[in-house]
Design a protein around this ligand. Structure first.
Ligand SMILES: NC(=O)c1ccc[n+]([C@@H]2O[C@H](COP(=O)([O-])OP(=O)(O)OC[C@H]3O[C@@H](n4cnc5c(N)ncnc54)[C@H](OP(=O)(O)O)[C@@H]3O)[C@@H](O)[C@H]2O)c1
Length: 327
C-alpha cells in the first residue's frame, strides 16, 4: 500500500445496508490542532451507525459521502495536533469520534473525546465501551437520577434487552447503585444476564416477559428501556406512581406518549435518551473495567476486511453484547 494511504470501509449513499459497505484505500487523516491520530486496534459497531446509513439523521449526518462509519475506537496515538496537551505519541487510548471514521486503520479524535487506556483494559474491551456504556451511564445517572456509589435510596429497576450493548452495561452499573434489578432478554441469555448482576430475569417471549411483570411482584421505580415497541400502557401498569421510563430509542410514539401524559397530569415520566458523550464519564467506565467492576461482553470480532458481516449482524438485532471490528 502506498505511503499515507490506509484501508477503510465506507458507503456513498443512504439505505444501502451491509452490501453497500465498500473497501477502499484512502488518505490517512491528519489531526487538526486539537486532535490526535489513532492507529486503530479495535472498533465497535452501534445501531446508530447503520441507522445513520438508513437516513435517521438526514440531512445532517453523514456530513458528506463517501462516509467512513463508526464512533467507538481503541488504539495507539501515532500523531498529535499542535495544541494537544494531555497525550503523547505511543499512548494507548479509547475515543468517541464525533463524525465517524472508526472502520479504518487510522482515525482522528478530538483530545476532549479521548481518554487513556490502562494496560489492564484490552483494546477490544475499551472499544466496546463508548456509546453503549455512555448511554447506560447517562440513562442511570443524569436521566434516572441514580447514584452509582450506593448512597441513594433502594430502588427497583427494570432493564429491557439486558443482553444487548447498552443493557449489559445498565445491569452492571446498577449493581453499583442501591438497586434491585429485574431484566428482560431472550431465553439463551438468561444465565449470562444473571451473571452480570440481575436479581430476576424474564424471557421476553413469555407472557410475563411481554407484560414486563416482576416475578417477585415488584413495581419499578425506573425502567431503562433498551428494547423497542413496548406500549406505554405496559410500562405504566408496572411503574410506581412516580416511576420513570428512560427510553433509549425515542421515536414518534415516545413523543406522543410524553405529550399525552402531560395532558393527563400523570406523575409517571417517559424520558427520551439522547446520548451526549462526556470524557469524564468514559474515563469512569474505563476505570471500572480496570478495577474489575465492569466486564464488557463481546458478541463477536470481525476483521476490517469483513466489516460488512459485523454491520449485518448488528442490523439483525440479536447481538449478545458488543460487535467488534479489528483492522
Ligand atoms: N438514544 C441514544 O443516544 C442511544 C444510544 C445508544 C443506543 N441507543 C439505542 O438503544 C437500543 C439498544 O442498543 P443496543 O446497542 O443495546 O442494541 P443491540 O445490542 O443490537 O441489542 C440486541 C439485543 O437486544 C435483545 N432484544 C431485542 N428485542 C428485545 C426485546 N423485545 N426484549 C428483550 N431483549 C430484546 C436481543 O436479544 P435476542 O437476540 O434474544 O432477541 C439482543 O441480545 C438501539 O435501538 C440503539 O439505537 C440509543
Amino acid at each position: 500500500m502506498a505511503k499515507n494511504l490506509m484501508r477503510a470501509v465506507q458507503y456513498s449513499k443512504y439505505n444501502g445496508g451491509a452490501a453497500d459497505l465498500k473497501h477502499a484505500e484512502v488518505p490517512i487523516p491528519s489531526p487538526k490542532k486539537d486532535e490526535v491520530l489513532i492507529k486503530v486496534e479495535a472498533a465497535s459497531i452501534n445501531p446508530i451507525d447503520w441507522k445513520i446509513q438508513e437516513g435517521v439523521a438526514r440531512p445532517f449526518l453523514p456530513r458528506k459521502f463517501p462516509h467512513i462509519p463508526g464512533t467507538d475506537v481503541a488504539g495507539e496515538i501515532v500523531q498529535v495536533g499542535s495544541g494537544v496537551q494531555s497525550f503523547k505519541v505511543g499512548e494507548k487510548v479509547v475515543a468517541v469520534l464525533g463524525n465517524g471514521g472508526a472502520l479504518a486503520e487510522y482515525a482522528v479524535a478530538k483530545e476532549g473525546s479521548t481518554v487513556p487506556r490502562p494496560p489492564e483494559v484490552s483494546a477490544p474491551e475499551a472499544a466496546a465501551l463508548p456509546i453503549a456504556g455512555l448511554a447506560a451511564h447517562q440513562s442511570l445517572t443524569q436521566l434516572a437520577g441514580l447514584k452509582l456509589d450506593g448512597t441513594g435510596p433502594q430502588v427497583n429497576v427494570l432493564v429491557t434487552a439486558a443482553s444487548g450493548g447498552v443493557g449489559q452495561y445498565a445491569v452492571q452499573l446498577l449493581k453499583l447503585a442501591n438497586a434491585h434489578i429485574t431484566a428482560t432478554c431472550g431465553a439463551r441469555n438468561m444465565d449470562l444476564v444473571r451473571s452480570l448482576g440481575a436479581d430476576e430475569v424474564l424471557d421476553y417471549k413469555t407472557p410475563d416477559g411481554v407484560a414486563l411483570k416482576s416475578p417477585s411482584g415488584r413495581k419499578y421505580d425506573v425502567i431503562i428501556h433498551c428494547a423497542q415497541n413496548i406500549p406505554w400502557s405496559t410500562f405504566s401498569a408496572n411503574l410506581t406512581p412516580k416511576g420513570k421510563v428512560v427510553d433509549t430509542t425515542p421515536g414518534f410514539g415516545t413523543l406522543m406518549s410524553v405529550a399525552a401524559k402531560k395532558i393527563k397530569c400523570s406523575k409517571k415520566q417517559l424520558i427520551p435518551l439522547f446520548t451526549s458523550p462526556k470524557k469524564e464519564n468514559l474515563d469512569f467506565l474505563v476505570k471500572l473495567v480496570q478495577a474489575g467492576k465492569l466486564r464488557p461482553i463481546i458478541d463477536s470480532k470481525h476483521p476490517l476486511s469483513k466489516a460488512e458481516n459485523a454491520w449485518a449482524k448488528s442490523i439483525e438485532g440479536h447481538a449478545t453484547g458488543k460487535i467488534l471490528v479489528e483492522p
